[in-house]
Every structure is written in C-alpha cells, then in structure tokens.
Ligand binder design. Structure first.
Ligand code: M6R
Length: 388
C-alpha cells in the first residue's frame, strides 16, 4: 500500500509539508531535532541516589528476567540496523545471546522461541507487516515480546507484552533519521537495564554508561554545527557525481556504514554498499572503477591508536579510488591518503554509533540535495511498508 492509498498518511504529508520551517525539507528538520529528542529519551531514567535505572515499561520481574536465555531482535530496514547495535550492547553488558533477524526472513531461519525467549520488535511506525508477521510467529511460540516503537497505539503495541516508546515524535520524511537515533538510545537503556537486573553490570557501570548517554544531545549538537556541517557538505559535493559509493568500517561502524549506505540509496538513488574494511580486500575491492574514481567512505575505529585501516586505504588509493574519511580529532593522526576528512567530536565507544550515524545522514541528505532529488518523498517508497 502506498501513502496515496492511505488517507491518514496523505493528510499527514500535506500537513507536515507546510511545517519545514527554516529548513528546506523535512529530513533536514528532523535531523536537527535529534539533540532535543536524545535528551528527552535519556532524561529521568536513573535514580541518582541509588544509581538504579528504571524501565517501568518492562513488566517482567527481576526473577523472570533472570530466566531469559536468548533474545531475538526482529525488524526491517533502518530499524534492523538499530537492532544490530543493540545486539552488540546486550551481549557486551549481559550474559544473553542475541540474534538479529530481518523480519521478513524470520520464518525461514527456524527460530527456536519458547518461554525463556524474549523477542524485541523494533518498528518506527509500529505497522510494518513483515515485523508484525515475525512478532506473531514469536508470540505463537511463547516468547515475551517488547515493542520498541515511535507510535503508541500502533498494531505492534497492541500485540506485544510491553512497549517502550522511543519518543522521537512524528517523523514525516520517508528517510528515517531521528527515529533511528531515538531507537538506539532506547535500546541502549534496555540493554543497561538487562545488565542491571541480571547483575552482569555493577551500579557504578550503569551510572557511568548512563552518563555517557546523557551527553548525546550535546555531542549531536556539535555534529550539527560548524565546521562539521560545512565539511560534510563539501565531501558530499565531491561525491555526488559518483555511480557507486562504498562504505567501510570495523566493528559497530560496519552497521553504521550499512545505515549510511541505505540512507544514500534511498535519498539519492546512487548504488551504495557497506563492507567490513578488511573483508573488502577479499573480493569487493574489484568494484573500484578507476575511471570513476569510486568514492570510498570510511569510518575510523573508535580507538585512536588503531591504524588497521591504513593498509586498506593504501590499496584503494593505489587502484584509483577517492577516499572520504569520517574521524574524531584524535583519530586523524592515523589517516593517510584521504582526499577529504570530516572531523567529528570526540566520542566514547557507546556514543560513536550516534555521532557517525548523524554525520552519514547529513552526507546522504547533502548528496541528494546536489542531485536535486525529492528528499522527503523518494521514488517508489512510502513511510510504512504494509502488505497490499
Ligand atoms: O516503521 P519501521 O521502522 O518498521 O520501518 C522499517 C523500514 O521500512 C524503514 O526503516 C525504512 O528502511 C526507512 N525508510 C529507511 O530510512
């Protein structure tokens, strides 16, 4: 079903089209709402006196939570990328194992759900058919279902045991931006809560990570100010004529690269793919077209002393690629050969997926602007993908 076939969505689009304010489009407006949204998502969750996190939305007791053995995360598109970052946090902070499943493929992967299984269904709209179908299958097999959504009262909330509202408010542009970082922050809070309740994190660790999450609004505000904005626009103009853009990262940054590539495809209609940087040498490097000086967009590792990507940079440059690197100030010393460097604010490992995601949102937006695309309403896409 398209938005045109849904009177509610059409009305929403018409209303919000008048609400871009000082911004040229809704996507940019929603990108700039992220500092406020992130502050609101994180605020008020930690009791300062006890260092205990409260997540009243999760209705399981500590004893019931202790019985959970495995988590399935089910989601589509951008929401599935939030799920991949959440998997890393939950496995880092708890003794649980997590599978992230593309919702439409869940049925094919023989999921082993039972009453010691939690399923986390992530959906901005709460109406995506593929996610709902997977949720129903997990539910039929006795999993405890938590919905992470931006729309209270949506079908996903009705069919789940618990709902955590990501509080991004209405997101009207088709490309998901503020809902993604709000999902990330909400999932980080859930991962912290699981670590606290299962006693795999100390109260000091919970307080320390919570404090890092509390800084996110300020970090993102820095990405959204000069000189970062200007350097991203220049890098986008440098890249916009390309036929194909290849993103490279390591660790969690591979997920951010996938999200950056999805955002670029969606807004600009350019071919874009993401790869783990060292895996790129095992075949995909043949995609570099010297005549086009294929742009390679790299996110540097969080550790400023990790120069493991330099070998990859040397190789891609020697085959005629253009290199655009997003890096924090302290990491810039390890950059060789880059044609463009975008300096991002210093960020912890927990904060980095937020900072880099917003930078890549701007990058995709600016390329789409250079190409004169209909950024808020990309061709063939609608805000909610439901069965015809
Ligand atoms: O509403 P949902 O989060 O369930 O939507 C899932 C995807 O359709 C959605 O994230 C899509 O990939 C976005 N348009 C990407 O920007």
């Amino acid at each position: 079903m398209t938005d045109q076939a849904n009177p509610n969505l059409s009305a929403l689009a018409a209303k919000t089209a008048q609400e871009t304010g000082e911004f040229p489009n809704l996507m940019l407006k929603e990108i700039f709402e992220q500092p406020r949204v992130l502050r609101e998502v994180v605020a008020g969750r930690l009791d300062q006196a006890t260092n205990r996190l409260t997540l009243n939305e999760v209705t399981l007791t500590s004893e019931q939570l202790a019985e959970i053995r495995h988590i399935y995360i089910i989601a589509c598109g951008t929401s599935s990328h939030a799920g991949l970052i959440a998997k890393d946090l939950i496995e880092r902070w708890t003794d649980l194992t997590v599978d992230v499943q593309i919702a439409s493929e869940f049925v094919f992967n023989r999921p082993q759900t039972a009453n010691d299984t939690m399923a986390i269904a992530i959906s901005q709209s709460g109406e995506t058919s593929d996610t709902l179908n997977a949720l129903r299958q997990a539910r039929a097999n006795n999993a405890y279902i938590i919905a992470i959504t931006n729309v209270l009262g949506s079908t996903i909330t009705v069919e789940s045991d618990a709902t955590i509202n990501v509080k991004a408010e209405v997101e009207a542009a088709v490309p998901a931006t503020k809902s993604y970082t709000a999902q990330l922050a909400t999932l980080a809070l859930l991962a912290l809560y699981l670590g606290q309740e299962r006693q795999t994190l100390t109260s000091d660790q919970v307080a320390e990570y919570y404090s890092e999450l509390s800084e996110l609004g300020d970090k993102i505000a820095l990405v959204l100010s000069q000189p970062s904005l200007e350097s991203i626009t220049k890098a986008a103009q440098f890249t916009a004529e390309a036929k194909s853009v290849l993103f490279l990262g390591r660790g969690n940054s591979v997920t951010t690269c996938k999200e950056g590539a999805l955002k670029l495809k969606e807004t600009s209609y350019l071919h874009a793919e993401a790869f783990p940087a060292l895996e790129f040498l095992h075949g995909p490097i043949a995609l570099i077209e010297p005549e086009d000086a294929t742009p390679i967009v790299a996110l540097l590792p969080v550790d400023p002393n990790d120069d493991s990507m330099n070998n990859v940079f040397d190789r891609v440059k020697s085959y005629g690629a253009r290199l655009v690197v997003f890096a924090t100030t302290s990491a810039t010393k390890s950059i060789q050969n880059a044609d463009r460097v975008i300096i991002l604010p210093e960020a912890s490992a927990l904060q980095t997926p937020f900072v880099t995601a917003v930078a890549l949102q701007l990058f995709a937006h600016d390329i789409a602007t250079s190409l004169n695309r209909d950024i808020d309403r990309p061709r063939y896409l609608s805000k909610v993908v439901v069965e015809e």
